[in-house]
Design a protein around this ligand. Structure first.
Ligand SMILES: CC(=O)N[C@H]1[C@@H](O[C@@H]2[C@H](O)[C@H](O)[C@@H](O)[C@H](O)[C@H]2O)O[C@H](CO)[C@@H](O)[C@@H]1O
Ligand SMILES: [Zn+2]
Length: 298
């Protein structure tokens, strides 16, 4: 268990900061990207904002850890999160404000949103100050977080977006030169709908078209396509570490198993701060988040 974190001295030339809401978000949305940049020698810092105390429990033996019972799920997910980071090779992983500072708010509109430590009701500048401290230490060239809807509308994801963007503003020259938001191209979602049509666990079962989904970005608005296909076994291992959240029969494993790395090994981003570097394909998608940054940038 690594609770206290400090960065290596000297810092590697390339430094990537990711800001996520709950344990498991890091792998689902950016696991291949994290493994890819670790493998290239970049320093990857993960900041997760809550322990995920209000989550589901897909491991029957752990059911009594639930929020309404022993309320110990947060501590258990901390261990899952450490194991997942180990699987991805991410050694610098931190909880915003320290483990337990901010609590999982639960889904939008629930009473849990009003918990005194709920991340959703956190003071923005106070929460951002914890992240500014990390930015001053790491001086990341690149930061990844969610869009203003938190990718799919969860209050903690929306708050993680707000805190990350506020911290980048407050950090000034120590803040990231490039900021990306996680995204899924509509073309990939359409391919996924087609691929899952005959699947037993079809995540698209309740939607007729991609327009019914709470996320999806026109391909021409995507800025970067990070191919971490060679690392999707690490991503799958990291997903398995989050067993309380990702059951063995999850459709996520279907994407990894039946449809190859394309769906799990490739991750997409929009660019909201910084100059877009050289890219490939019809939309000139960057293949490196550090593209266009020279070493003197930071
Ligand atoms: C991926 C993610 O952000 N998961 C969150 C989310 O989990 C959802 C929640 O348990 C909901 O009740 C389920 O129906 C849904 O399938 C889950 O994805 O919200 C949890 C509570 O805030 C959070 O702990 C979990 O990490
Ligand atoms: Zn989440």
């Amino acid at each position: 268990m690594t609770v206290e974190q400090t960065a290596p001295d000297p810092l590697p030339a390339r430094r990537l900061l990711l800001v996520h809401a709950h344990p498991d978000d890091e792998v689902i949305g950016t696991g291949a990207t994290m493994a890819h940049y670790v493998s290239t020698g970049a320093h990857v810092t993960l900041v997760t904002c809550t322990l995920g105390e209000e989550g589901e429990i897909h491991v029957p033996a752990l059911a009594q850890l639930a929020a309404g019972q022993a309320d110990q799920l947060g501590g258990w997910r901390l261990v899952e999160w450490e194991r997942a980071c180990d699987a991805l090779g991410v050694t610098d992983r931190r909880m915003l404000g320290g483990p337990g500072r901010y609590r999982d708010s639960g889904m939008m509109g629930l009473e849990t949103n009003k918990h005194p430590r709920a991340f959703w009701s956190a003071d923005l500048d106070e929460a951002a100050a914890h992240l500014v401290e990390i930015m001053r230490e790491i001086r990341p060239q690149v930061m990844i977080t969610y869009d203003e809807n938190g990718f799919y509308g969860h209050p903690d994801h929306i708050q993680a977006h707000r805190v990350a963007m506020r911290a980048a503003e407050l950090a000034g020259p120590d803040g990231p030169a490039k900021i990306y938001w996680t995204a899924q191209p509509l073309s990939v979602l359409r391919d996924g709908m087609e691929a899952f049509k005959e699947s037993e666990s079809n995540p698209f079962a309740d939607v007729d078209t991609v327009d019914d989904l709470p996320f999806g970005t026109p391909d021409e608005e995507i800025a970067a396509r990070i191919d971490g296909t060679e690392h999707y076994a690490k991503k799958t291992a990291a997903m398995r570490a989050h067993a309380t959240q990702i059951p063995d029969n999850s459709w996520l494993y279907g994407m990894a198993g039946d449809f190859g790395g394309e769906f799990m090994g490739v991750e997409y981003y929009t660019l909201v701060k910084g100059e877009r570097g050289p890219g490939e394909g019809p939309h000139k998608w960057e293949t490196d988040l550090f593209a266009g940054l020279d070493r003197d940038d930071r």
